[in-house]
Design a protein around this ligand. Structure first.
Ligand code: NAD
Ligand code: USQ
Length: 406
């Protein structure tokens, strides 16, 4: 199968590219390398030393004899070029990772909010309208987020995308409806993912596009079977306060003897998935495409839920790291429960990898190996959700810890 991976140079995209190429698919990467530019803007780098995308592709070819094709296209801005690429290449499937994905980055300033909305909404819409225009019947698999639901499960499990509701009409009769589970985004980034959902719904119903939306939890870990095959195939690893995600951050913090940065009480419960399971889920989703005219197929792509403070305690016990409860720069519920359904992937044969000491220690070991590349000043998360929060939270003069100024 010919697969286009939009955003194939990123943290989840790159291991997916290798996984699919290893399965024998013809893989095309489309990426504008904006993520690498954002590292430059922020003055940070991946914990792991990443080669250029061209070099990564060359190494994979030397190792396996399988070619990866890279195309430098900004899908949000170069609509004509992208449409032409689609028309000429006619992929069977398209996997869409190409969005600005960090909630803290999306909340840094008005400029970052505008960039995130322009980029994410335009990429998704350009892709959808180009598929209609070129009449390419590719199966589109999008990486969405658990965050579209908000994180409260009100004691009932969050279903996979759709909710059955009963509404009373004017005649007093009860009518049943199936609706998209109500969105409750907690950042501008998560808001763009909620807008994506509406665009998918429209194009599936209006044009018969075949779409799968994967509502993914927080991805942890770094290597997969394929990225581990050669030092130069190494995956990126974000540790900084904008792009680093909570579990991976705690693991590198433990490796460099930095107190684990728990926001508030750490009562936030979130959904998680290991990077190896992510690539497996994408393989499974590709094998289970909807038909033209079907509603958007939505999967919850997560394997377990954890409370932030429990993760910190587990890593502290494992490594001896200290825990620092710091003022939360985000506007979010300080405590929440979260129950999530993921029956569809289990039915398709996913055998979940759960938090095991071995896998956690592996990440700590990688972090220790590259600890010299970590700038401790880039570890605190300083992006505040509101101006009011920004006045109450700041970094101390060494830039190593957050403190409350009130
Ligand atoms: P990433 O930032 O590492 O990768 C995204 C890639 O898309 C980058 O290589 C970037 O250069 C590219 N890109 C962005 N805008 C583009 C544009 N206009 N044109 C072409 N390429 C563009 O992010 P990631 O962690 O790999 O996440 C991939 C997807 O998975 C995202 O859509 C994200 O919302 C979703 N997701 C990620 C996680 C996670 O924990 N990392 C969890 C849930 C969902
Ligand atoms: N947190 C801490 N300490 C830290 C970093 C984060 O306590 O040092 C807390 C946050 O306040 C939040 C939780 O951990 O309550 C998760 O934060 P995160 O940065 O790990 O995850 P999030 O911002 O939600 O975003 C990540 C990805 C995003 C994806 C999302 C899936 O960056 O692309 O969509 O996870 S989900 O969380 O399920 O919505």
């Amino acid at each position: 199968m010919k697969v286009a991976v939009l955003g194939g140079d990123g943290f989840v995209g790159w291991p997916t590219v290798l996984h699919l190429s290893n399965l024998g698919h013809e893989v095309h990467i489309i990426d504008n390398l904006s993520r690498r530019w954002i590292d430059t803007e922020l003055g940070v780098q991946s914990l792991t030393p990443m080669d250029s995308i061209q070099e990564r592709c060359r190494i994979w070819y030397e190792l396996t004899g399988r070619r990866l094709h890279f195309h430098l296209i900004d899908i949000a801005k170069d609509y004509q070029l992208f449409r032409q690429w689609l028309a000429e290449n006619k992929p069977d499937s398209i996997i869409h990772f190409a969005e600005q994905r960090a909630a803290p980055y999306s909340m840094k300033s008005d400029r970052h909010k505008v960039y995130t909305v322009n980029n994410n909404v335009n990429v998704t819409h350009n892709l959808l309208t180009a598929l209609v225009e070129t009449e390419i019947d590719a199966h589109l698999v999008h990486l969405g987020t658990m965050g579209v639901y908000g994180y409260s499960s009100v004691g009932a499990a969050i279903p996979e995308g759709y909710l059955d509701v009963e509404i009373e009409n004017l005649a007093g009769e009860k009518k049943e409806m199936e609706i998209l589970y109500p969105t409750k985004p907690g950042s501008v980034y998560h808001m763009t993912k909620s807008l994506d959902q509406i665009m998918f719904q429209f194009y599936a119903q209006n044009d018969g596009l075949r779409i799968t939306d994967l509502h993914q939890g927080i991805v942890w870990g770094t290597n997969t079977d394929q990225t581990a095959r050669h030092e130069q195939l190494i995956n990126r690893f974000d540790y900084d306060g904008d792009y680093g995600t909570v579990l991976n951050r705690f693991l590198i913090q433990a490796a460099i003897d930095y107190p684990l940065t728990v926001h508030g009480t750490g009562g936030q419960t979130r959904a998680f998935i290991h990077i190896q399971d992510t690539v497996r889920c994408i393989e499974l989703a590709l094998s289970d495409a909807p038909k033209a005219g079907d509603r958007v197929k939505i999967f919850n792509q997560m394997t377990e839920t954890h409370r932030v403070r429990d993760l910190a305690e587990m890593i502290s016990k494992m490594t001896g790291a200290k825990i620092a409860n710091i003022p939360n720069p985000r506007k979010e519920a300080p405590e929440n429960d979260l129950i999530v359904k993921n029956d569809q992937f289990l039915a398709l044969g996913l055998n979940p990898i759960t938090l095991k000491q071995g896998l956690l220690s592996e990440v700590v070991d990688i972090a220790k190996k590259y600890a010299h590349r970590i700038d401790r000043k880039r570890v605190p998360a300083v992006s505040a959700w509101t101006k009011d929060i920004a006045t109450r939270v700041e970094t101390d003069p060494e830039g190593t810890r957050l403190k409350s100024v009130s």
